[in-house]
Ligand binder design. Structure first.
Ligand SMILES: [Zn+2]
Length: 78
């Protein structure tokens, strides 16, 4: 698949413990979790890529033990 943020080649896996989310591993953006609601919204909207990346970075600094998450609350749209 391609990364939802940067569009480069990335690995995705269905997240087992939390259904409806996808875990994406991008060499450029790092690992992040994206919710199915946001995936549906992506059909008609696009991320504000620089701000979204900053926010993932902020989430990782805030809580290094959990995977940065893109859900309807954290998504930043263009
Ligand atoms: Zn990426």
């Amino acid at each position: 698949m391609n990364c939802y943020l940067c569009g480069l080649q990335a690995q995705a896996q269905q997240s087992g413990e939390d259904q409806g989310t996808e875990l994406v591993d991008c060499s450029d953006c790092g690992t992040y979790r994206i919710s199915s609601s946001v995936l549906k919204m992506l059909a008609s909207r696009t991320f504000n890529y620089p701000k979204m990346r900053d926010d993932l970075h902020r989430q990782r600094q805030f809580n290094a033990t959990s995977v940065a998450e893109i859900n309807t609350q954290t998504a930043i749209w263009a």
